[in-house]
Design a protein. Structure first.
Length: 497
């Protein structure tokens, strides 16, 4: 009976390789060190099939970074210093490489051969592993399809950043490099309309959170509508280019969301072609299922995002989207991994999660409900707090922490539906309410007293205190050393002792 070859895998055959081309590349560097820069535009050390050739090429890169000449003598010495020469055979091999560079004019062609063979090897290994996993019981179709797409990009151009030809920089290369500022979809505008701080970086993540009923959904709905056109929004936000936004609004009943939009839309410049809204139920009252981390729901959402091609996706609110224990590090990590999958849509959108907090008075990085995976995942944190109402006008303070750019100063959001600017953002005057502070703190007080009176976490109170001192409103009267008498003491300038 003839043997059945269908079970054979490509890795049972000799892996794709061209050792002559590998030797020609190494020999070219020994013949002319300048050839290394051209080679590094095509391959890295991992593209060599031979372990010995990989080792030699890495050593050449390190020698070049250090400014040392590369020939068979210096290369031998460098390998000995690294304890990477095994025997006399490898010594003879290094010398023989000098005979392998027929002409440096062909070095890029030889490097392309090395790269092609490496790409074929990676493709062969990837297909074999994909086949094995696809035949496993309970295989994840979505994950396998993602890996299949990744295989199609196995021969992408080399991403090298420094002289070493790899993703990492050498120290001196890193210190000399000039890095561009991260691009932001929405920024904070200064008095002259210029960008002074970043708010929502492109292809990043953010989390808006607070205690319930602190105007989070008013903010996200207003933002989704306003950023569809460029310009200054709410008096403080700068949108340089129109932002296509997909609003997944599961917090409110659709009728309530319609009412909110109708209150806002007459006063906001909106391009309706740049926004899509996914409500919690359809017009027949049927619930729209987007519960995550269900793989089928995730695939449906991803198709939606691929269709609309958004720059920004807002999920409002997290508790109506997930069906896992967010306090569990494992479950929350699984959910966030699936969220990150949405960022690899064609448009690579920014993802914003709207969430609640359950750590009252905690600092911004620790206040969100659930696992610490959540603030760790978010590039930008926006905390809404200290809501108050005066004659039908709502005020809430917003603190922002942006890990990719300078964080803006705390802001105040004002919601006044009787005004022609129903939503506006204002600076918080750090010196406002001084008399109330004087009355609440007395003559002499500590940082802890300030935290209690202003209802602030420690880091916020420290920032307010520094600004009051810089403005000449407050002065320190006692140093207060740890273990020797407690906290530092302060008083208002001009206060009676």
């Amino acid at each position: 009976m003839p043997s059945d070859n269908r079970s054979r895998t490509s890795t049972e055959n000799p892996p794709p390789q061209n050792l002559e081309a590998e030797k020609a590349v190494l020999g070219a560097v020994l013949h002319d060190n300048k050839a290394l820069s051209a080679i590094l535009k095509v391959i890295s050390s991992g593209d060599f099939f031979s372990r010995t050739n990989q080792k030699i090429f890495r050593c050449m890169i390190q020698m070049s970074e250090s400014g040392n000449p590369i020939d068979h003598v210096t290369l031998h010495d460098a390998l000995v210093a690294r304890n990477e020469l095994q025997d006399a055979t490898e010594v003879a091999y290094i010398v023989s490489l000098m005979d392998c560079a027929w002409t440096n004019m062909n070095v890029e062609f030889h490097a392309q051969i090395v790269r092609r063979e490496a790409s074929l090897r990676r493709l062969a290994y990837g297909v074999d592993k994909l086949r094995q996993d696809a035949l496993t019981k309970g295989a994840d179709l979505i994950a396998l399809q993602g890996r299949l797409r990744e295989l199609a990009t196995v021969d992408q151009p080399i991403n090298y950043v420094g002289a070493n030809g790899h993703l990492g920089y050498g120290l001196m290369d890193f210190l000399k490099a000039e890095f561009p500022s991260p691009e932001h979809l929405v920024e904070i505008a200064g008095d002259k309309g210029e960008a002074v701080a970043g708010l929502l970086p492109k292809n990043a993540t953010s989390m808006v959170f607070s205690m319930p009923h602190n105007l989070k959904s008013w903010f996200t709905t207003s933002l989704a509508l306003a950023c569809t056109t460029p310009g200054i929004k709410f008096g403080k936000l700068l949108v340089k280019k129109a932002v296509r936004t997909y609003l997944v609004q599961m917090e409110d009943f659709p009728g309530q969301l319609q009412w909110r939009i109708r209150q806002l839309s007459p006063y906001i410049d909106i391009d309706p072609n740049n926004i899509t809204i996914l409500p919690r139920c359809d017009h027949k009252g049927n619930k729209i299922e987007v519960t995550l981390p269900n793989a089928q729901n995730a695939a449906t959402l991803k198709r939606e995002f691929e269709w609309f091609n958004p720059d920004l996706v807002i999920f409002d609110v997290l508790r109506r989207i997930v069906n896992i224990d967010l306090n569990s590090p494992k479950d929350s990590a699984l959910f966030l991994e699936q969220m990150d999958g949405f960022r690899y849509c064609t448009s690579q959108p920014h993802l914003m999660l709207v969430h609640h907090e359950n750590r009252k008075e905690a600092d911004i990085m620790y206040a969100s409900a659930g696992s610490y995976n959540l603030p760790g995942w978010a590039t930008v944190m926006l905390q809404f707090k200290r809501k108050r109402e005066e004659q039908g006008v709502s005020h809430v303070e917003i603190e922002v922490d942006n890990k990719l750019a300078q964080s803006p100063e705390p802001m105040r959001m004002v919601l006044d539906l009787k005004s022609e600017t129903p939503v506006r953002l204002e600076n918080i005057e750090e010196s406002s309410g001084i008399q109330e502070l004087r009355d609440g703190l007395g003559v002499e007080w500590t940082l802890r007293d300030l935290m209690e009176v202003m209802n602030l976490p420690r880091t916020n109170a420290q920032r307010r205190l520094k600004k009051l001192m810089a403005a000449g409103i407050v002065e320190k009267v006692a140093g207060g050393k740890k273990g020797r008498g407690g906290l530092a003491h302060f008083r208002f300038v001009g206060a009676d002792a």
